[in-house]
Design a protein around this ligand. Sequence first.
Ligand code: C2E
Ligand code: CA
Ligand code: CA
Ligand code: CA
Length: 377
Amino acid sequence: VNDTLGHTIGDLLLKQVATEFREVIGKDDLIARLGGDEFAILHAGCDSGLNSAAAIAEKIIARASRQRSIEGHAITVGASVGIVATFDGQEEADVLLKNADLAMYRAKTDGRGTYRIFNPEMDAVAQERRLLELDMRNAFVNGEYKLVYQPQISLDNQEIVGFEALLRWEHPERGLVSPEFFIPVAEETGLIIQLGDWVIRRACMEAMQWPDHVRVAVNVSSIQFMRGNVINSVMSALAASGLPPQRLEIEITETVLLEKTEQNIAILEQLHALGVRIAMDDFGTGYSSLGYLRRFRFDKIKIDRSFIRDVAQNRESGAIVHAITKLGVSFGILTTAEGVETQEQLFHLAREGCTEVQGWQFSKAIPAEDVSSVLAV
Ligand code: C2E
Ligand code: CA
Ligand code: CA
Ligand code: CA
């Protein structure tokens, strides 16, 4: 409310809401505004099943979300409630509030407009999360991140034309941590911007050791794309390494074009103007809109692994792969099949006119120091 309507209406709204809440709580209960849009309610004499507290939470959620109008503005409000019990009153007030907050946070992440009752496991999850975040920051200092490279093979001549850089985290205790686990955390905490910047720099540096015709593909998270400064990251990585821009390929997913499409296409155009190539990653999985292909001239479409897996057996997967490769041919865009694991898939893709393949059939991702020996074969 504050963002769009200014403080006055926001405050009016909160006063109104607080008054309404007072009507649904018990006459011995207390309500206080904690600051911002958060309220605390102290409810006395609850049964051990917390039924009366849950009933109040339900009433509050229903009350808050009623249609309302303030100074001519139609306003919708949602409420999320966290409940914590203290039977003997032994806990410190700030511990109670912290636990109520954890429960409220859980209510929010479980879909808003609902309530959750605190349990100690919520604290453990939050604790685990904080440790992970801290670890991820330390990993920079300790040099625990590294890149591995998976070859991309041209079906024209069976030669390696590039490598996709894939991030790895070698944690001293956790072992090798999968990017599928830590990248979402990095995205939530904003660390992805710093991490993504490091990935681009590192990939450009390492690619400088390879022959001139071999490209490097780098994944850029949509969060980094929208909140960071990708153009600066790319320009400084190219300048620091001396890598020719044509040898760098940026992989983005469709989520980049989902919001602020015009603004993000403008960024893609600027990257193109630098001479950098742009690939559409995981094509077919997200919000695939052919319109995106018309609005920006991608250099490459990467067909998602989920379609390649059963391309030879499943008619629908076969039809999707067929359609994407044909689209690529008529648009003059390269098509790369991801996750090629068998000879059968390979034959099928070659027959369809797919231009490049990547997958365990050829090679898993390898350490930087092994790239030259793979290229020599
Ligand atoms: P992705 O971009 O789709 O990367 C391809 C993933 O498929 C990689 O998993 C790769 O190891 C795996 N793969 C390759 N060939 C095969 C195959 O034949 N069979 C199977 N089953 N899998 C194969 P990885 O390295 O675990 O990366 C997972 C995801 O994490 C990536 O998916 C990408 O979205 C993200 N990621 C990895 N590195 C980075 C990075 O530096 N930055 C960002 N933003 N995301 C990254
Ligand atoms: Ca809030
Ligand atoms: Ca990728
Ligand atoms: Ca992919």
